[in-house]
Design a binder for this molecule. Sequence first.
Ligand code: GDP
Ligand code: MG
Length: 169
Amino acid sequence: MFYKVALLGAGGVGKSDLTLRFTQNRYVEDYDPTIEDQYTKTFELDSHAVKLEILDTAGQEDFWHLIDYYLQQREAFILVYSIADIDSYRTVQQFAEKIKNTLGTEAPVVIVGNKKDLEECRKVHEKCEDIIREFKYSAWMETSAKLNDNVTEAFHELVRLMWKRNTDR
Ligand code: GDP
Ligand code: MG
């Protein structure tokens, strides 16, 4: 099974580090924030062979024009904020709204609060219940790309949500 997914979120929240951690088990302290790239990863999940093509987006100036293109290209999304950055949480709310209006409420979405290792700097206390309630195939979790905490789970959850939706269809 082959799926095309994308990570969306404000700059600096850890989209690239989550992608590198999942695809290559790498963590880069100062990854170039302007690099947008695609990564593929093949793995087994619940006895199924899965291949993910992951688009790690970088928020360029024209991002809000590109977003429609991304949404048409990809079938499921990881929306990333940092638990230490309240603005990045608001950005995720905006992306969720955009996805809902463009693709509808059946788009598979995992909301990720990254940098959970920075508990002492926590600004976001939400569990994203409002967003989760709006999407039929959605989940929320907190991760740390730095400590490799919950990263694999986030990608696996996204695949399981796609399966659930495809079974329902
Ligand atoms: P992007 O702009 O969303 O792609 O963000 P990056 O993946 O480039 O990460 C931005 C910065 O946040 C990096 O310089 C990392 O050092 C830092 N970072 C990423 N993930 C974590 C994490 O889980 N914990 C902590 N403490 N820092 C992180
Ligand atoms: Mg990046």
